[in-house]
Design a protein around this ligand. Sequence first.
Ligand SMILES: C[S@@+](CC[C@H](N)C(=O)[O-])C[C@H]1O[C@@H](n2cnc3c(N)ncnc32)[C@H](O)[C@@H]1O
Length: 224
Amino acid sequence: MSEDHPHLRSYGRLKARPIKPRQAALMESRLPQLRVPSGPVDPAALMPAARETWLEIGFGGGEHMAAQAARSPDVLILGAEPFQNGVASAVRHIEEQALGNVRLHDGDVRELMARLPDGCLARIFVLFPDPWPKARHHKRRLVQAETVAEFARLLRPGGRLRFASDWADYVDWALLRITANTAFRWSAERADDWRAPPADHITTRYEEKRLGDCAPVFLDFVRA
Ligand SMILES: C[S@@+](CC[C@H](N)C(=O)[O-])C[C@H]1O[C@@H](n2cnc3c(N)ncnc32)[C@H](O)[C@@H]1O
């Protein structure tokens, strides 16, 4: 762990290709309003009319987050992503679909989670997180006992956590670590519950690339 960052880095690049000028201008004008404010965050104050608040961790290009937000305009969706090209793409989706119920943290989700109050979330999505397949990198995986404890603190009773991956070893890893926390119950009853995409899932271009070593697996958990 470096002194600057309390957490070991769990993401890859912060920036890839240059952000297109139009997208950069949009980022500059819209991101300040979309950004979750600094300091302690009260989701109820961000969108008082919201029925509930969801958190998407590592939203990539923001396709899933924007589509969920469009489907549920009465839900506040917080999204965290440190990859600048991803944030720029998400801002474009939010603008194009005129979404008023999404707020962004353009950084490490663990910084945002630490600023959220207990039991404030109804859903958390961790979709196709960076797999860090080499054993010496496993400590960089986002799903660790500490992050699972944070998920348990933030989800209200009955709240739901979805983890998806197409890396078999990360699926096993996540299942072990999430069920090791007694706050979580895996809701699957039959193989199709984890083999088939859940009815409310939205597939992203990243997921479609099938970069992993197995078919996508979806693990849904309920917070006791
Ligand atoms: C492999 S991509 C998947 C993107 C998206 N969820 C999808 O399915 O299309 C994983 C993303 O998680 C982000 N990520 C990794 N660690 C993170 C962290 N600590 N906080 C927020 N996002 C993180 C990465 O930057 C990357 O964009």
